[in-house]
Design a protein around this ligand. Sequence first.
Ligand code: AHR
Length: 507
Amino acid sequence: MARLQLNQQKHFSVGPQLFGSFVEHMGTVVYTGIYEPDHPTATAAGFRDDVVQLVRKLGLKTVRYPGGNYTSSYHWEDTIGDKKQRPRRMNLAWQAVETNQFGLDEFFQWCQQVHVENPVLTVNLGTRGIDDALHELEYVNGALDTDWANLRRQNGHTEPYGVKYWCLGNELDGKWQVAKKTPEAYGKLANETAKAMKLMDLNIETILVGSSTPRLASYPSWDFKVLMAAYDNVDFIAMHDYVDRGQSEHMDQEDQASVDDLPTYLARSREFDKQIEEIETIADAVKALKHSSKTMKISFDEWNVHRRSLKAPQPWTEHNPVDWCYFNLADTLLFGSMALAILRHGDRVKLSCQALLVNTIPLILTDEGGAAWANPTYYVLQSLLQNLTDQTHVVESTLVDGDVYSTTRYQNVPVVDQVVVDTGSAYVIYAVNRGKTTQQLTVTLPRTIKSGQQQHLIGELDAQNTREHPDTLTLMPRDDFQCDPSSTTQTAMLNGYSWNVITYNYR
Ligand code: AHR
């Protein structure tokens, strides 16, 4: 039993780029994931059309590319021009042979196919630096009669791509990274790179590498130091985090990993709320110290629940699988609460990328030469994206008298986790029931409504969508849903362990 009170005030606006995804040259994300020229559904360009259709239905508008760790030693210019001339290289981050048959221009062509409007690119600030980033920017966005822009034209792409968001490297605080840096060295390099890139293109926004995870000893002093070095020339600080059901609280002490009980696991999204609020605090302290009028935005450009691969690694092959996994209902509920933490903080988190789109801790799974199907997390993201337009606002909502629970790690966790948006024609309540039993949710709306509906994702906690049973966990209409158009008070039922989307149309 819980009561939800909506405030008339629209809180802040949120758009579709709040929930993007990520395509990295990692495992089978690209090769046999989105690109497979010999697949029965392959398009003339070699894209898997079964995956294209799934991505379109997802409603994705933002995709980050091409990494990730991959970018810290990659050469972007290996990936353009005549495919037969492109070099085969060692992908050091993921121990695979990179054929470069899918590169920058193919990525933009694929974005067009899947209706992604907002590509986010990462430059190599690991083994490379300012010059390389400038050449890539000129190739991608250059509009003048200059060398790299002309090479793009020569390759058949007359118009500049107009990419707005640029990540200044990736996870350069991590010991796993090729060319890890100190915060001082990275901060200086990122600042000068951003400054030079903005001299070339005034319309871009740059994203500074923040801590790879709050479970590193250098968190959050890394964020403070790099922001102090680069505040004036960057627009976003990046956040990354993945939650595994069995993990250590300190990344450098993996031997102390422990497995969460279910109530603790389902409350793990609280770490996202905490991490976002801590990064906001650090960024605002730097703003004050710098006497700046600019408020730093947050790009949560890698987040997800995490599971290990079901497929054995095949190092130094062209398709070395990495973290190819099914998510079950418990993972999906945590994923839903993580998404709600991001939505709740949509006043500062202006970009986020679930990682990754296909075949590595994915939304979509594929078999080489075979089927493509969706993990249940796909339906959570789809249900969020379908209500995020440039008209959408998060509405202030207060949960009164709701049940709470406590675990050793977390106290007073609301059983019902919720965020409400106003789309301009409807109030949409997103709610996770983290508990075993049905919850009755009584909502007081700011006005009467015309109609309503409820969809939910329910099932066994360990159920999964497999190639044999791809629709075990999907979003279904709740048949016994009722609403009363004459009243501002409505009641909805939330099954035990469920993801819910309750829509009250007022237009
Ligand atoms: O799972 C994706 C990888 O995780 C990215 O390459 C890296 O940035 C992160 O550590």
